[in-house]
Design a protein around this ligand. Structure first.
Ligand code: ASP
Ligand code: MG
Length: 459
């Protein structure tokens, strides 16, 4: 058995759904379980409509309705589906009217609202499979066993879900029915709809795979796999053949939008491989993600960057040599609900990075009681994912490139997961560093390598 997950762009319209169904049909012998995202940009459109209802008191779902109804017509599913989908749109409209009248949008309401995207897409896809003589059933995540806590927008699955998912899936696959399950959503104990975070369908897929002990998870996207760099930045970026779970998770956190950062977690217990494939180019091998470490791997797997990062330098003024300084610092951030990305410490100081949208005023006030605090905005994290057992080599080359470009590295950290080296530079410098690093590490021609490193090689 395999789990096949198709993202929004892979089910964006009638043509893409037909293409998706062909891919599934070609693998039907492997007994797939499908996990689907909402069609195209539906989730964004739903959030936009919520905002319009909240801020302007306007209820408008025409664009969302049009996309889905057009698709249903083009797939000739009008007879079987029109009524069911219309009912869902009716509920969606009512919910938005509620928001527009109360001018209130809680996390709970927001999760309920975005759930409509996935709930509609699985119904369309399942009906299409049935029309093509493939017995399929659309399932809302809660009917497939997904039970979560009540952290709306970022829900965690409860352990008992795994047994429930396995038995729900077993019943369907035993009778030869193709399960088509909503990604991204779940329900809490009180029956409230929750979501697993943006891009959460990847996580839904790996959860189902783990619960059902599937042989493989295939994540179908609109790119040829995890790329060695952001292709908008580096023209020569190429798909990475093989990465470890750790490497994939690091890539997801630091810039690569290919997979949900938590998606690898369920697989770690079972070692199930994840294959990232392209629906627009199914023949391409894609990227295979496996338990690490990756054997015979090259020095570098990928280079990413994350911009608009804030760097906070904290130097203890009073607690020189005292224990508890770091604990106190972190407690301040925890109290403010601010999550920290990177840290570097010395005896009396700590530097850390966070997303720029965080309000630091309270934290700074508290910290200044016992430390000097300097907040520097406009920074970027450049992350190199690779064989960190050869970190000296990687650092040597990376810093040689920064020196050549005349850029100062302002902080550095080597991840505890032993797969990444990250360093901080100015926002404006990040693109050229990523391009130069990529050119150096991925080009085969030594002659193209920067002067600083060529000298070393020549020795
Ligand atoms: N539709 C949701 C989103 O766009 C979940 C997903 O696509 O994985 O975030
Ligand atoms: Mg999506």
């Amino acid at each position: 058995m395999i789990v096949m997950k198709f993202g929004g762009s892979s089910v964006a319209n009638a043509e893409r759904i037909v293409n998706m169904a062909e891919i599934v049909r070609s693998r039907i012998k492997q007994k797939p379980i499908l996990v689907l995202s909402a069609m195209g940009d539906t989730t964004d459109l739903l959030l936009e409509s919520a905002n319009n209802a909240l801020k302007k008191g306007v209820v408008s779902i025409e664009a969302i309705e049009e996309l889905h109804l057009k698709t249903i017509n083009e797939l000739a599913l009008g007879n079987v589906l029109q009524k069911e989908i219309k009912n869902l749109f009716w509920d969606l409209g009512s919910l938005l009217t509620g928001i527009s009248l109360t001018r209130e949008l809680t996390g709970r309401t927001k999760d309920c609202l975005v759930s409509f995207g996935e709930r509609i897409s699985v119904r369309i896809a399942a009906a299409y499979f049935c029309s093509k003589k493939i017995k399929a059933r659309a399932l809302d995540a809660w009917d497939a066993g997904f039970l979560s806590d009540s952290s709306f927008g970022q829900a965690e699955l409860r352990k008992e879900s795994y047994v429930r998912i396995a038995s729900a899936m077993r019943i369907l696959t035993a009778e030869g029915t193709l399960p088509v399950v909503t990604g991204f959503i779940a329900k809490d104990e009180n029956g409230n709809i929750t979501t697993l975070g943006r891009g959460g369908s990847d996580l839904s897929a790996t959860i189902i795979a783990t619960a059902c002990k599937a042989g493989e998870v295939q994540v179908w996207k609109d790119v040829d796999g995890i790329l060695s760099a952001d292709p908008r930045l580096v023209k020569e970026a190429k798909p990475v053949e093989l990465v470890s779970y750790d490497e994939a998770a690091e890539l997801a956190y630091f810039g690569s939008q290919v997979l949900h950062p938590r998606a690898m977690q369920p697989c770690i217990q079972t070692g199930i491989p994840v294959l990232v494939k392209n629906t627009f180019n199914p023949a391409a091998p894609g990227t295979r993600i496996e338990p690490g470490p990756v054997k015979n791997a090259s020095l570098i797997r990928a280079i990413t960057s994350k911009k608009n990062v804030t760097l906070v330098d904290i130097v203890s003024t009073r607690m020189l040599g005292q224990s508890g300084f770091l604990a106190k610092v972190f407690a301040e951030f925890a109290k403010a609900g601010i999550s920290i990305d990177m840290i570097a410490t010395s005896e009396v100081s700590v530097s850390l990075t966070l997303d720029a949208d965080k309000d630091l005023s309270i934290v700074c006030r508290e910290l200044s009681e016992y430390a000097g605090v300097e907040v520097k905005t406009g920074k970027a994290i450049v992350t190199v994912i690779g064989d960190i057992r050869r970190s000296s080599e990687i650092l040597h080359e990376a810093f040689g490139i920064c020196r050549k470009l005349g850029f100062q590295v302002q902080m550095i950290s080597q991840g505890a997961s032993k797969v990444n080296i990250s360093f901080i530079v100015n926002d404006s410098e990040a693109d050229s560093i990523v391009q130069e690093l990529h050119r150096f590490f991925f080009s085969v021609e030594t002659s193209k390598k920067p002067a600083a490193t060529r000298t070393r090689k020549a020795k």
